[in-house]
Design a protein around this ligand. Structure first.
Ligand code: PXG
Length: 289
C-alpha cells in the first residue's frame, strides 16, 4: 500500500508524521471518508467541498487548491491500483510545539491520503439488520464543536461507540442536548412511517451526510415523501422501518432499538428498495480513474 503524505508516496510502513503534529496532539484537523466503486469515486466533489468547509470553519488553510486535491486523490487510487476503495483524506494543522497555539503550525499543514478496503459491519448484518441502543453521551453541541465540522476530534463519537459496545450493540443512537435523535457514531439515521421518510434536520447536532443527501435525492426522485424533521426516540420505536447511512456503512437496516423491535423486526421493504437504488447509483455515478 502506498500512502500519500504532502505530495509524496510512502510505503505503509514508512508512512509517518511528526509526533508534534497538532492532528495527533489535539485532534486539530479535518477529514473525509470517501468511497470508490468500480473505478468511480462517488460524490468526490461533495466530499472535497465539505472538507474545505470544515477547514474554513476551523481556520485551517488547506495548502492545495480543490482541483489539485482531487488530482491527488485520483493519483493515490491509481498508485494503489484499487478498483473499489475507501479513501481517508486527512488534513491536520501540522507540526507545531507542545502548546495549543495554532500559529506555531503556520504553513505546516499535513495532507494524508490513504486508500484501502473497508468492511464496516459483517455482511450478514446488511441482510439481517442491526440492533442499536441509545447511549448517555449526547452529540457535541453545535455551539461548542459543531457536528457539521468533520474534525479529527472524534472522542464524542468514540465514547458513544464504547457505550454501545458495552451494551452488546454495534452502533449507538446519539441524542442532541434537547433529547431528540441526532445521529449515530458515524452514520445518519432515517425512519420510515406509512411509506414516508424522516431524518433529523442537519442543524440539530447532525453531520450533513453525503450518503444522507444521496438517499434524500433518490427518495424524492421516486416520489417518496421526505421530512427533515426532529425525531424522538418514541417515533423511532413506533416506526415501520429504520436504517443508517454513511460512506463507510452505506445503507444498513436497523431492526431493534433499545430492545424494541422495529416494524416486523426484519429489514423493511423501503429500506431494501432504497439500498438497491443506491447501489445502482454508485455503479454509474462518479469521477472515473
Ligand atoms: N455522521 C457522522 C458523525 C459521521 O462521522 C456520517 C454521519 C455519514 O456521513 P457521510 O458523508 O459519510 O454519508 C459520518 C461519516 C467509521 C467512520 O469508521 C464513519 C464516518 C467517518 C469516519 C469513520 O464508522 N462517517
Amino acid at each position: 500500500m502506498k500512502v500519500y503524505i504532502n505530495g509524496k508516496f510512502y510505503d505503509k510502513n514508512n508512512a509517518k508524521i511528526s509526533v508534534f503534529d497538532h492532528g495527533l496532539l489535539y485532534g486539530d484537523g479535518v477529514f473525509e471518508g470517501i468511497r470508490a466503486y468500480n473505478r468511480l469515486v462517488f460524490k468526490l466533489r461533495e466530499h472535497i467541498d465539505r472538507l474545505y468547509e470544515s477547514a474554513h470553519s476551523i481556520m485551517l488553510k488547506v495548502p492545495l487548491a480543490r482541483e489539485q486535491l482531487i488530482k491527488a486523490v485520483i493519483l493515490t487510487l491509481k498508485e494503489n491500483n484499487l478498483k473499489d476503495a475507501y479513501i481517508r483524506l486527512v488534513v491536520t494543522r501540522g507540526e507545531g510545539d507542545l502548546g495549543l497555539d495554532p500559529r506555531k503550525c503556520a504553513g505546516n499543514a499535513t495532507i494524508i491520503i490513504i486508500a484501502d478496503r473497508i468492511a464496516l459491519y459483517p455482511e450478514k448484518l446488511y441482510r439481517q439488520g442491526l440492533e442499536i441502543v441509545t447511549v448517555p453521551t449526547v452529540r457535541n453541541l453545535p455551539e461548542a464543536l459543531n457536528p457539521q465540522i468533520k474534525s479529527l476530534n472524534y472522542l464524542n463519537n468514540i465514547l458513544a461507540k464504547i457505550e454501545a459496545i458495552n451494551a452488546g450493540c454495534d452502533e449507538a443512537i446519539m441524542l442532541d442536548s434537547l433529547g431528540y435523535v441526532a445521529e449515530c457514531t458515524g452514520d445518519n439515521i432515517f425512519i420510515v412511517k406509512r411509506n414516508e421518510l424522516y431524518t433529523p434536520p442537519q442543524c440539530m447536532g447532525t453531520l450533513r451526510g453525503i450518503t444522507r443527501d444521496a438517499v434524500l435525492e433518490l427518495a424524492r426522485k421516486n416520489r417518496i415523501l421526505v421530512h427533515e424533521h426532529v425525531i424522538t426516540r418514541h417515533e423511532v420505536y413506533i416506526s415501520d422501518e429504520c436504517f443508517l447511512t454513511g460512506t463507510a456503512a452505506e445503507i444498513i437496516p436497523v431492526v431493534k432499538v433499545d430492545g424494541r423491535a422495529i416494524g416486523s423486526g426484519k429489514p423493511g421493504k423501503l429500506t431494501l428498495s432504497l439500498n438497491k437504488k443506491f447501489r445502482e447509483l454508485t455503479k454509474k455515478e462518479g469521477v472515473r480513474y
